[in-house]
Design a protein. Structure first.
Length: 575
């Protein structure tokens, strides 16, 4: 019995069909006066696919296959097709110089199939993740609430195409930008992976998804952040940038080994979030009057204190922008440089290479600066150099990790700074916290409980200058409820709570005795400046924040009034 091999004739027919199709495309290219392109033999530049969505490209029968700057090469099946012409016109309106080629349907299908490879083709040049402004703008128009982000991610997770991982990363990052999140937390549990955003300092659940998707996503982020893919048992830190229009937004990636898988945190460093004018930080007008002359002095030291995430960097940057003028030179020593300020020299320390804060500060003094910002004073050498710089004609801004403004003085002494020198160098010590602002669209009035009213009266009763509370009433407070505009959180944005101690004769005399924080606080009472708890209570009564939010950040139950004013608490404090 004779058996025929049907596969060979079929392959032959297929080859003849492809040749006829390509010959027809060549003939049509001559007819229309367009160059011919055989994309079956041509490498495809994946970046060209980013200029037009896959669905639109297929519908318009247009295939972008190469791009150099704004010069875009596209293949078409028929240049006279209405949808094809519309797509080309839209690309030209976006600023692209479009070169049109005739190609067969097989060539177009080859290009369209490469959309599946987008997840592995984001161009990374030195840690640069290029997401087009068109993509982000299109995505942001779809995001109004956190549930929109959840819906979009779930839709992409359900897809089988490989590009879904890239899309998920883009949606997570763009969602963080849309909601002004400061951090993205992705945390594996035993049966699922949890995604959370830190909004106004508080973590908010977005959704959970599967481990398989997370592992692909983690590999993708490791790749673009410059981390090692095969290292899973130790922590890693990396970085990359997102370019949106003319804005360069830096992303800091931190990977930490956990019980079930590596935990990932992405910190979003958006320059827009730190561009807060000094007058909008939340500093009380009375304190602002004291600070302005101090930051305008030609020399001395100004310290801001508080825990990590309390807004110290934002405050210092606001001070720098306030005093920045063409005739003065400003140098910053930071780790890391979180935001770039034009016209200011910024240098980043690197402990692994031996470039420490103290070395950076010592080197910056040789650059003839007028103003120096030291990101943090964390050792005796840095403290000594900073204090000496403040004594020798430089204005020095820096931060310390202490709980309150009074703690700055003992901390400097602990770091080995001579107490007599401190009094000559330090102009003012600030302490701050951040609280969430109540959403103005949904906050509601509530009557305070007897216990809450007692706490309020105790704290405000210690304020000797009653002008602070003259126009306040304790008959009601404001409470968070939640609406679409605030993503059902009841809060939108944050504001600072501040306290300060100025260097005056009383403080100068007491620090020579190596005093405790409480003793300094007592001597500072006569300056009639608010404590953080008092500033917070005033903002509560003004409806800026809620008492619940203040309690989350400040221990108002154990807040100590100034020693000098104890015993003055009275129900008449709040009129």
């Amino acid at each position: 019995m004779v058996q025929f091999d049907e596969e060979k004739p079929n392959l032959r027919l297929e080859e003849l069909h492809k040749k006829e199709e390509e010959d027809l495309a060549k003939t049509l290219s001559e007819k229309y006066g367009l160059p011919y392109a055989d994309l079956l033999l041509t490498p495809i530049n994946i970046d060209a696919l980013r200029v037009i969505e896959e669905d639109e490209a297929r519908e318009a029968k247009i295939a972008p296959f190469n791009i150099v700057n704004k010069k875009l090469s596209v293949a078409v099946k028929s240049p006279n097709d209405t949808l094809t012409q519309t797509a080309i016109n839209n690309l030209e309106k976006k600023g692209y110089q479009v070169d049109v080629y005739m190609a067969s349907m097989s060539s177009l299908n080859k290009v369209w199939s490469r959309y599946d490879d987008l997840s592995y083709s984001l161009e990374t040049k030195g840690g640069l993740l290029d997401i087009s402004s068109e993509q982000i703008t299109n995505f942001l128009s779809k995001v109004h609430q956190l549930k929109d982000i959840k819906t979009l991610i779930q839709e992409i997770i359900g897809m089988k195409k490989t590009f879904r991982i890239s899309r998920i990363v883009e949606i997570i990052l763009a969602g963080a930008l849309a909601t002004r999140a400061s951090d993205v937390h992705i945390e594996p549990e035993e049966d699922y992976v949890r995604l959370r955003y830190r909004l106004d300092g508080v973590l908010v659940d977005i959704l959970t998804f599967d481990h398989e998707t997370y592992n692909l996503m983690l590999s993708r982020i490791k790749l673009i952040a410059g981390l090692k893919l095969n290292v899973k048992k130790t922590s890693q830190d990396g970085r990359f940038s997102i370019v949106i229009g003319e804005s360069d937004i830096e992303i800091r990636a931190s990977v930490l080994p956990g019980a079930y898988d590596e935990s990932l945190v992405l910190r979003i460093l958006n320059p827009k979030t730190i561009s807060v004018p000094m007058e909008e930080l939340g500093i009380h007008p009375r304190l602002l009057e004291k600070i302005n002359p101090e930051i305008g002095k030609p020399n001395g030291m100004i310290l801001t204190t508080g825990p990590t995430g309390s807004g110290k960097t934002t405050t210092l940057y606001a001070f720098l922008r306030k005093i920045h003028r063409p005739e003065i030179k400003i140098i910053t020593i930071e780790n890391p440089i979180e935001y770039h300020l034009p016209g200011i020299v910024q240098t980043q320390t690197d402990d692994e290479k031996g470039y420490t804060f103290s070395l950076g500060l010592r080197s910056s003094l040789r650059q003839d600066p007028d103003v120096i910002m030291v990101g943090e004073i964390r050792d005796s050498e840095t403290a000594g150099i900073a204090v000496n710089a403040a004594l020798t004609g430089h204005l020095v801004f820096s931060t310390l990790h202490t709980n309150d403004a009074a703690g700055s003085f003992p901390r400097l002494i602990d770091l080995g700074v001579n107490s007599k020198i401190i009094s000559s160098a330090l102009n003012i010590a600030l302490a701050q916290r951040l609280v969430r602002r109540l959403c103005p669209d949904c906050k509601k009035k509530v009557t305070p409980s007897a216990e809450d009213k007692a706490h309020i009266e105790k704290i405000l009763g210690a304020i000797s200058d009653k002008n602070y509370t003259a126009n306040l009433t304790g008959d009601y407070l404001w409470q968070a409820t939640g609406c679409e505009k605030c993503n059902q959180t009841g809060y939108r944005g944050r504001i600072g709570l501040f306290e300060a101690i100025l260097m005056d004769e009383k403080i100068e005399n007491i620090i020579s005795l190596n005093p405790s924080t409480r003793e300094i606080r007592k001597e500072a009472a006569g300056q009639n400046l608010l404590t953080i708890a008092q500033d917070g209570i005033i903002k509560v009564l003004e409806g800026i924040t809620s008492l619940e939010e203040l309690k989350r950040v400040v221990d108002i139950e154990n807040a100590e009034p100034h020693e000098e004013n104890k015993g003055q608490e009275t129900s008449e404090t709040i009129k």
